[in-house]
Design a protein around this ligand. Structure first.
Ligand code: NAX
Length: 329
């Protein structure tokens, strides 16, 4: 095996999502079956015992691609020379907590995280923020990017894309792989806009493949927006494995060219496209080129309703940004 190992740092690695995430990475699902990896796992001191257990299981799985496993509570160590950082660790929303409270609770943590990434990771490190509120946590971490590339700080809306694809496939009675171009716009929150109007099913417009347009424009959107809550209600715990696999999809699809005709949804730094204010971490339909560089898909025609939805989610993100204004300096 002659390839240099890729260093992957994962925060919150002993948590629900972390536990589901480390094994597929170790097995080659992000970088392929011939790419060695070094796993750099970060946890809070209180969870180091559990993290040691995760490390033991990783060792016991004897993954041929894993060259080393670092389990630590030092952010400097975890992010050292990292090529890919998955920011999963974050404070969960407690009972009675408002979204704004959660933003304020997590904000300061992401300053420290951003500083440690910028001081220690590779200059072209790619960052995927999963911990909620992921768009704004990402914005805070990105504000610390002086040496690393700020455009490489992203947040995950891939779970929303995958959920939307599954809903469309179920309604149309086709395999999920038939659904393409499922763009997610905006915040990873109930204001997100899953744009069914440009989605394709078996190459046909979803609005032609599914005749129940009232479902598309109502229950479909709501189901995708509220899916996280529905999982909690059913399972008694928040989505973990599906979130981990979505993070795998996000990271893998950012490291390879997007298949012809397909889109991938990623929350990235807005360049002002579609009147989304520049600088917000906002989910757009994107494609990735041969160099692993993402591009916002241009020329999508949004009708008035879609424009209003795109704007509503941007407005929410502006509000979130205002809530943490003092953390962005
Ligand atoms: P868990 O509570 O199971 O795990 C979080 C882990 O992070 C814990 O082990 C904790 O010790 C650790 N941690 C907390 N703060 C840390 C820090 N500063 N540095 C390092 N580790 C830290 O939560 P889990 O179910 O794994 O969810 C993790 C995050 O993902 C949550 O914020 C959750 O809301 C978010 N999600 C995001 C999704 C998305 O689509 N973007 C969907 C799934 C999920 O809800």
């Amino acid at each position: 095996m002659s390839k240099q190992p890729i260093r992957v740092a994962i925060t919150g690695a002993a948590g629900q999502i972390g536990y589901s995430l480390v094994f597929p990475i170790a097995a080659g699902h992000v970088f392929g079956p011939d790419q060695p990896v070094i796993l750099q796992l970060l946890e809070l001191p209180v969870a180091l015992g559990a993290l040691e257990g995760v490390k033991m299981e990783l060792l016991d799985a004897a993954f041929p691609l894993v060259q080393d496993i670092v389990a630590t509570d030092s952010a400097d160590t975890a992010f050292g020379d990292a090529d890919l950082v998955l920011l999963v660790g974050s404070k969960p929303r407690g009972p009675g907590m408002e979204r704004a409270d959660l933003i304020r609770e997590n904000g300061p943590i992401f300053i420290g995280t951003g500083k440690a990434i910028d001081a220690n990771a590779k200059a072209d490190v790619k960052v995927v923020t999963v911990g909620n509120p992921c768009n704004t946590n990402c914005l805070i971490a990105r504000a610390q990017a002086k040496r690393t590339n700020p455009l490489n700080y992203t947040a995950m809306t891939r779970l929303d894309q995958n959920r939307a694809k599954a809903q469309l496939a179920g309604k149309a009675g086709v395999p999920v792989a038939s659904v393409t171009r499922m763009g997610i716009w905006g915040n990873h929150s109930p204001t997100m806009y899953p744009d069914f109007t440009h989605a394709l099913i078996g190459g046909k417009k979803a609005t032609d493949a599914i005749s129940d347009h009232a479902w598309l424009d109502g229950p479909f959107i709501k189901t995708v927006q509220q899916r996280g809550k529905a999982i909690i209600d059913a399972r008694g715990k928040s989505s973990a494995a599906s979130a981990a696999w979505a993070a795998i999809d996000h990271a893998r699809d950012w490291h390879r060219p997007t298949p012809q005709g397909e889109w991938v949804s990623m929350a990235i730094t807005s360049d002002g496209s579609y009147d989304v204010p520049e600088g917000l971490i906002y989910s757009f339909p994107c494609t990735v080129d041969e160099e692993g560089q993402y591009h916002i898909v241009q020329g999508i025609e949004l009708d008035e309703k879609a424009k209003a939805r795109v704007k509503a989610s941007a407005d929410e993100l502006i509000e979130e940004r205002d809530t943490v204004k003092d953390l962005l300096g």
